[in-house]
Each structure stands twice: as C-alpha cells, then as structure tokens.
Design a protein around this ligand. Structure first.
Ligand code: DAL
Ligand code: ZN
Length: 350
C-alpha cells in the first residue's frame, strides 16, 4: 500500500521539513488504522505509518537532511513527526550494513537503489539499470568536450527573481531559489521508460501538454519516444550531484550534472527523453538515432529546444545532451532553433 502520493519541502534551519501528502482516497478507517486520528498516539500506534515515511524518504529524497515530517491530507496537517522518532526506530531496526549518513538525515541512512543507479557505467554499454529506466542519470561522455570550468561564475551566482517565467534562464550563473517548487506540476500522458509513479514524471502543465503533442506527432511519424526524467526538486538534485561528485570528482561531475539550484529540471520545464535502440539510456548516441534526429528537427514546433548543443559547451557550461529538452514556448523555440543559438545567446545573457 502506498500511503503517500507526493511531497513538498519546506526549508528549516540546517535541513528540511518534509510535507508528505497522503493518498486522498484513504478513508477514515485507514487513517485510524494508521494512528493518525488519535492525536498523541504517535509514534506508538503508528508503526506502519512510520515505516511508510521512512521508506518514502529513503526512496525519493535520499541524502536529504530531514528535521521533521508533516503528514498532510490535502491542505490539512494531520500529524507532525519529529525526526528523532523516526531515527530512533531506524536504529532499533538493526539493519545490517546500514551506515549513518554524514548529514544525519534519515534519507541518507542507506543509499537507496535509485541513488546507486544515478551513476552507472558512463555512456556506452547501457547497463541493465539504465534499461530498467529507473535512473535519472545524465552521464559523462567518454571524451568530454567541455573545457575546464566553462560557464563558471567568477563571482557568486545570481538568485533568479522570476523562477516561474517560461523563459527563465537557469545555469551556473543564474540559480533557482532552493525553496522554489513550480506550480501546476502534472504527469504528462506520454510513454515513460519505467512504469511506477515517481515525482520526476512531472512537468509544468503547459510543458506537459506540449510534450504530449510532440510525442503524438512523433508516433504518427513512426517515432517512439520515452520520457525519463522531468521535474526534480532542489533536494533531489542535491543528492544526484553529490552522488556524481563522489563518483567522478566535482569538476568532472559538473560538466554533465548540475549543482542544486542550477538544474533546469527544478523548473518543471525540462524533460529527458530516450528511445529503445539506446536501451532507454541518456546517452549521446541518442543524437544519432532516428528518434534523436526527429527530435532535433521537430522539437521546436512544439515549443522545445535542445538545451545543450554540441559546440556550445563553453556557453551552456555542459556537455552535449541530445536527450535534454527544455520548454520555452513555440515562438522562442522557433527562433532559437532557426538561429542555432543557445538560450543564453537568445536572451543576451550569461
Ligand atoms: N544534466 C543537466 C545539466 C542537469 O543536471 O540539469
Ligand atoms: Zn536533463
């Protein structure tokens, strides 16, 4: 039984309060069963709930420093669980092999399966993990075309004041506020490389509709596309970048993986896509498949651009990513594509 369908992060001192949204279909009986309707009974009578909370955070928010968890039913706050309760039960569980994270958050107690899958074997030879479509991994290419620390700000980056704008520029110079969560996130009705619900299936409504339109048009042309990874929270990006940093070193990692606040995925306007012939991987080989070529030629008609182009690494700050689509609206997408410029150049900004 999946109790929680979504979450929201609220920044707190030295960590986050995680609001976990219960499935609205849970009825009074099940809430009572969970111990939620009896205030004061937590945590003694809510073991099930706590296990569900722990599992959710480990899976969706690995590495996050969690200060407290609020259980929500719609906008109703049903219970607030301080982290000490959850962590105490984790310790008592005596799981062999568990390692306490440096940050002390419950999410970091043991790296989740997904976390480990963020960094499979680079690029070629898509691993089984990639084929399962579970990974967010945007991987380093074998020979990186990115010169040392391109696109790095000499001074501290700007904090973006209009994070909700469709033409928002997010890069190494211009960072999203850590607490920014886009409005109107929905799961586009398209094929994904994996089945189960995940936060990363979401995009902002307007981008999701455009993606649906594009996938339909592709299919009509005999091109089958699969979505892999859309919206990512600041915390998720933090965990992904940390994982890539450990594996590849920070400088190399930052050539293909954004630091938290620097990823377009946090806007809900980006989606990574793939196809079967590259085993659902996010690899530069996608660019030479018939699907990748179709996307390069047609994405702009639906309001998308290929954000990280070959030869533009010193402007974008990232290696070539033929799989990373960014929604900018039809007008801008057309001009950007026709002029063969980056979003930075189009906006006349760094
Ligand atoms: N791979 C892109 C740059 C990201 O991590 O957002
Ligand atoms: Zn991407």
């Amino acid at each position: 039984l999946r109790y929680f369908v979504n979450h929201r992060l609220v920044e707190a001192q030295n960590g986050y309060i995680v609001e976990l949204y219960l499935d609205q279909q849970l009825n009074e009986f099940s809430l009572e069963f969970l111990g939620l309707l009896k205030k004061g009974d937590i945590p003694q009578k809510a073991d099930n709930l706590e296990r569900a909370v722990e599992a959710y955070i480990k899976e969706k928010l690995p590495g996050l420093t969690v200060k407290a968890v609020n259980i929500m039913l719609g906008s109703l706050l049903l219970a607030s669980i301080p982290i000490s309760h959850l962590y105490a039960s984790e310790k008592n569980a005596e799981k062999p092999g568990s390692v306490q994270s440096e940050k002390g958050g419950i999410g970091g107690v043991q790296e989740s399966e997904e976390q480990e899958l963020e960094t499979p074997t680079p690029d070629i030879d898509a691993s089984n993990e990639q084929a399962s479509g579970k990974t967010d991994a945007e991987l380093p290419s074998k020979s990186s075309a990115v010169t040392p620390t391109p696109g790095q700000p000499a001074i501290s980056p700007n904090i973006i004041s209009n994070p909700g704008a469709i033409l928002v520029l997010v890069n190494k110079h211009n960072n999203l506020p850590s607490g920014y969560v886009p409005q109107n996130l929905v799961v586009p009705n398209v094929s994904f490389s994996f089945k189960e619900y995940d936060e990363k299936k979401q995009m902002r409504k307007e981008a999701a509709s455009a993606l649906e339109e594009m996938f339909r048009a592709a299919k009509a042309d005999g091109i089958n596309l699969y979505a892999v990874s859309g919206y990512r929270s600041y915390a998720r990006q933090e965990a992904i970048f940390a994982s890539n940093g450990r594996k590849y070193g920070l400088e190399k990692a930052n050539q293909f993986s954004a630091k938290p606040g620097q990823s377009e995925h946090q806007t809900g306007l980006a989606m990574d896509i793939t196809c079967t012939s590259v085993s659902y991987g996010l690899t530069q080989r996608f660019g030479s498949t018939k699907e990748g070529i179709w996307v390069k030629e047609n994405a702009n008609k639906f309001g998308f651009i290929l954000r990280y182009q070959q030869g533009k690494e010193s402007i974008t700050g990232y290696q070539y990513e033929p799989w990373h689509l960014r929604y900018v609206g039809k007008e801008a997408a057309k001009e950007i594509t026709e002029r063969n410029v980056t979003l930075e150049e189009y906006l006349g900004a760094k």
